[in-house]
Unconditional design. Structure first.
Length: 308
């Protein structure tokens, strides 16, 4: 059974303000929590295009939202493809968009998917199981310097170089195929200090590399911004500091009407000026939501509006 609790739903709905006759994009359909509220609030004829890489998530959302019939169009795809998919279905623009980034509760809890090392499973971590590259291929084929870069940049792991070097040595004797074997190897390399398992950041980094999460985010933000109607808003929920930084910088850079540099005699128009910041600071879940859903604690919501 698919289970995932969408976060910051009331805040997203208030800021997107869905209404009848409008079209919305949910780039991370997941369990359908955000889309359900958008479809309810845009009754009787508002529509949602829902995208998700995960076939299990897509199936669960279709079932949950079946009562909305043709008002929901669901596709298995990354939101990085949203610009093209919107064109394919004849939607030149949308009246709002929501991205709920990161890994879902269901993916974490589905131990056979290899996102977690709480139980032994194949090193997989693919959100879209149609793609060929998985975590096992990365761990067993990437050069030490590439693994170190991934662990350092995506996992913010201080011992990235040492872990990468040892993984390359160990895999020559026995390639890594399961989650537990890799987690134990990492623990042996760096030791265990405190409550957090030393493999936690490495598994996060591998997941982000397998699914090109930061690259998809950057591409998706550009494509979606170009598909927003003037006055339409895009809401993005990030759970990781790297993702949140990308969103924050993208919204900031596109909300500046003029650019200025010390060597310029005067400010110049910003060619990317296309947004207005709606949330100067990120919105966090309140205490009630954090208590009822502890996984919401790291969520950060940012919203921007397309200018005319």
């Amino acid at each position: 059974m698919y289970s995932h609790i969408s976060v910051l739903v009331p805040e997203v709905i208030e800021l997107l303000s869905p209404g009848p006759g409008k079209r919305y994009l949910d780039g991370t359909l997941g369990g359908g929590g955000h889309s359900e509220r958008i479809l309810i609030n845009s009754s009787p004829d508002g529509q949602v295009l829902g995208l998700d890489r995960d076939d299990e998530a897509l199936g669960a959302a279709r079932e949950r939202l079946r009562r909305f019939d043709k008002r929901l169009i669901a596709r298995q795809a990354s939101f990085a493809e949203a610009f093209d998919i919107l064109g394919e279905i004849g939607w030149q623009h949308v009246d709002g968009a929501i991205l709920d980034l990161g890994i879902s509760s269901h993916q974490i809890d589905s131990l056979e998917r290899g996102f977690s090392f709480r139980s032994d499973a194949a090193l997989d971590m693919r959100m879209d199981r149609r793609q060929s590259i998985d975590a096992r291929e990365i761990v067993n084929s990437y050069a030490a310097e590439d693994l170190a870069r991934i662990f350092r940049e995506y996992g913010e792991e201080p011992a990235a170089r040492r872990i990468a070097s040892q993984i390359v040595k160990l895999r020559k004797e026995t390639p890594f195929r399961e989650t537990i074997a890799l987690a134990k190897a990492i623990e042996k390399i760096v030791g265990r200090h405190g409550r957090r398992h030393p493999a936690t950041q490495i598994f996060q980094a591998l997941r982000m590399e397998v699914n090109d999460e930061l690259g998809a985010l950057q591409e998706g933000l550009v494509g979606l911004t170009n598909r927003l109607e003037p006055g339409a808003r895009i809401a993005v929920i990030a759970f990781h500091s790297l993702e949140d930084r990308i969103v924050k910088n993208f919204f900031r850079d596109r909300s500046r009407e003029f650019l200025d540099r010390p060597e310029w005699p005067e400010p110049r128009p910003n060619p990317d000026f296309s947004l207005r910041l709606v949330t100067p600071k990120a919105i966090e879940p309140d205490a009630v939501e954090q208590r009822s859903n502890p996984r919401s604690r790291s969520a950060r919501l940012r919203v921007a509006e397309r200018i005319g």
